[in-house]
Design a protein around this ligand. Structure first.
Ligand code: ADP
Ligand code: MG
Length: 660
């Protein structure tokens, strides 16, 4: 029965100087099932070229090459892939096993490309391995086998799809004479089982065993002899249950498995790469949690000092520091009152602000450290400590702002918890001497500590609170008047509060409480910092992407041979692409995992450092940061994998196989 019919076949290779090189010229041959054909000829005579054409690795030729009614000339890639997968099995001189896969997985690879279920695959593979006497090596890697064993594995791989044609390009070229005999026996048995076996050989010993010897010289057939002494082996034809899954392709799971196997063989390289990406990913997570940490902190602080019936107002100034203490004149206060009243009126709010509703407050920042201080005595020793800040107790404060004690009265003061550092644990009821210089008016006064207050400013500096009336009386006693820096409008309901706050926040001239202003300042600062960090993290992600691209690109070059082998056993472009895309997907996942671990560790470290330095850690993790990290990492690595994987998929199988 004619299996292959070759008519007037020419194969020309284009050369650089525009002339073609004719590797095969006017080939006319018929092959039949059950034949064991030896193709002999000098090196360079065109043997491999002919094998590659018959094997469907190359369909660019002139003439006809018809296999079972299918003409291979200019056959589209898809049909050619299917032809290779189902009709032919390849055996190579250098075995071409995939080194990172076990013997079993190598043998199964053609079935994996057809998405055959695991059980059936393993059963078939074991049948073949047993038949070839190497079942006990199933779990080994190819590097742990001898040449003869490797070639048996390669033969098992070629047979697993139950192809009609076995093509063996110098299958015994790398084997010693004893192993050569054994492999030859196996190939002969395959032919006698009814398959067409075509093999290229240099050895006369080998060709003498074959049923037919074809000699090629300079791309032409010079002789075609049948061996009259050829005897079919007496062994009975072994019947395999035929399993063909022609329409199926490499599944996503199998592509992942192949990719994982390969990554595992290069664990260190891949881990280092993932670690590099992970550094960018974790710095991104930290940056995000720093941004939200600052915002959370500031929002908490601001909300701690909010009272629904009090609207703090201060004068806006270009300068952050001076805006913390800008004096209100009585004229400005009445302007403000008028503006607010007409706004309330416009909004149909039946409420009028009078002098009664306006409480005054005073904030003095003592940035030079000379304008305000306290003298306190410990065991008779008098010591001096400068005050960072002198406040009048804002009406927004309530009991929850007190750590201990009660709100101050005349001749009393409250401090933030820095006072514990000066006086020890027992501070309530102790006396200190306060010295304050307000715009040239010096006030000296002994006060009694009534409470310790939770301030919005952190506790590494000393802050003092006194009553506005008390401070005013002290200043008046020195023959001067106190001008307020802060105003508080006391409202009757929250609606009025919200209306007034809206007006103030939208105004050019006024702003809210000091806490609100601090919150704004921190918010601005944290968004600036976040943007700067985001840019840095972004740059490092680009660096990571280039790194992944380089590594994958190199991996494609290193695995040229493997790609050729996969194509020879029927892998489509898509399948090759999927394997590499899966690999970049896995790298993305691994990077994200390592990145999340790194970020958790550094999160812990930074929390400890911030807590010991500032007493709080402006860091908040959100669950979706991890989702973002995973998505971004996978996206970046898959993006970087696009070019290498498309390069891999476009490789010419013949060239890939020729590569040493
Ligand atoms: P053999 O297998 O008999 O040693 P080949 O079939 O590999 O020979 O090569 C036959 C001829 O075709 C050689 O002269 C070789 O240099 C040439 N050849 C093979 N591949 C190419 C190619 N891709 N481009 C140009 N010439 C090629
Ligand atoms: Mg060759």
């Amino acid at each position: 029965m004619t299996k292959i019919e070759i008519k007037n076949l020419f194969k020309k290779y284009p050369l650089d100087n525009k002339e073609d090189f004719t590797a095969l010229s006017n080939i006319n041959l018929n092959f039949h099932q059950g034949e064991l054909v030896a193709i002999v000829g000098e090196s360079g005579s065109g043997k491999s070229t002919l094998m590659n054409l018959i094997g469907g690795l190359d369909s660019k030729f002139e003439g006809d090459l018809i296999v079972d009614d299918l003409n291979l000339r200019n056959l589209p890639d898809k049909k050619l892939d299917r032809y290779r997968k189902n009709k032919v099995g390849f055996v190579f001189q250098s075995f071409n096993l995939i080194s990172h896969l076990s013997v079993l997985d190598n043998v199964c690879s053609a079935l994996t490309l057809s998405n055959v279920p695991e059980k059936i695959k393993t059963k078939k593979a074991f049948e073949l391995l047993t038949k070839l006497g190497i079942e006990k090596y199933a779990k080994r890697k190819p590097t742990q086998l001898s040449g003869g064993q490797k070639q048996r594995v390669a033969i098992a791989r070629a047979l697993i799809n139950d192809p009609d044609i076995i093509l063996a390009d110098e299958p015994t070229g790398s084997l010693d004479s004893k192993t050569t005999q054994q492999i030859l026996e196996i190939l002969k048995q395959i032919a006698d089982d009814g398959k067409l076996v075509i093999m290229v050989t240099h050895s006369e010993k080998v060709s003498s065993v074959c049923s037919r010897v074809i000699e090629i010289f300079d791309g032409q057939i010079v002789s075609d002899t049948r061996n009259k002494n050829y005897k079919k082996s007496r062994k009975k034809k072994t019947d395999n249950d035929h399993f063909k899954a022609e329409k199926q392709h490499l599944s996503f799971k199998s592509a992942l498995k192949l990719a994982f196997h390969n990554m595992w063989t290069n664990k260190i390289k891949n881990f280092l790469m993932a670690f590099g990406v992970a550094i960018s990913i974790s710095s991104m997570i930290l940056m995000l949690s720093f941004g939200s940490g600052l915002t959370d902190y500031v929002t908490n602080v601001a909300s701690d000092y909010t009272n629904p019936y009090v609207v703090p107002v201060s004068k806006k100034s270009d300068n952050m520091v001076s805006s913390l203490s800008t004096y209100w004149t009585e004229e400005e206060i009445s302007t403000l009152t008028n503006e607010l009243n007409s706004y309330l009126n416009e909004n149909n709010e039946d409420f009028t602000i009078s002098n009664e509703n306006i409480k005054r407050g005073f904030t003095m920042l003592n940035l030079t450290g000379t304008m305000a201080s306290i003298d306190y005595s410990i065991d008779g020793d008098v010591k001096t400590q400068s005050l960072f800040c002198l406040y009048t107790t804002p009406p927004t404060y309530n009991e929850t702002n007190l750590i201990e004690g009660r709100f101050s009265d005349e001749n009393e003061a409250m401090f933030n918890s820095f006072i514990y550092d000066l006086l020890g644990d027992q501070v309530i009821g102790k006396n200190v001497d306060v010295y304050v210089n307000i715009a040239g008016v010096e006030v000296k006064q002994r006060v009694n500590i009534s409470a310790v207050v939770n301030t919005s400013v952190f506790d590494g500096i000393l802050c003092m609170y006194v009553d506005y009336d008390f401070l005013e009386s002290c200043v008046v006693a020195q023959g001067d008047i106190l001008t307020p820096t802060d105003l508080y409008i006391i409202t009757e309901n929250e609606n009025q509060t919200n209306l007034l706050k809206d007006y103030i926040n939208n105004s050019e001239k006024y702003s809210g409480s000091m806490e609100e202003r601090l919150a704004d300042m921190f918010g601005e600062m944290s968004s600036t910092i976040s943007i700067a960090l985001a840019v840095i993290a972004g740059i490092s992600l680009i660096v990571s992407a280039i790194m992944i691209l380089t590594v994958l690109y190199m991996s494609v070059s290193e695995r040229t041979k493997e790609i050729g082998v996969l194509k020879a056993i029927g892998a489509r472009r898509r399948d090759i692409k999927n394997i590499f895309v899966s690999e970049s997907f896995l790298i993305g996942l691994l990077s994200a995992f390592v990145g999340i671990c790194l970020s958790l560790i550094s999160f812990g470290v930074f929390s400890i450092v911030f807590n010991s330095l500032l007493g709080f850690a402006p860091l908040s993790l959100r669950w979706y940061y991890f989702v973002i990290a995973v998505l971004l990492s996978v996206f970046i690595s898959m993006l970087s994998g696009l070019y290498p994987s498309s390069k891999a998929s476009k490789m010419d199988p013949v060239e890939s196989l020729r590569r040493e």
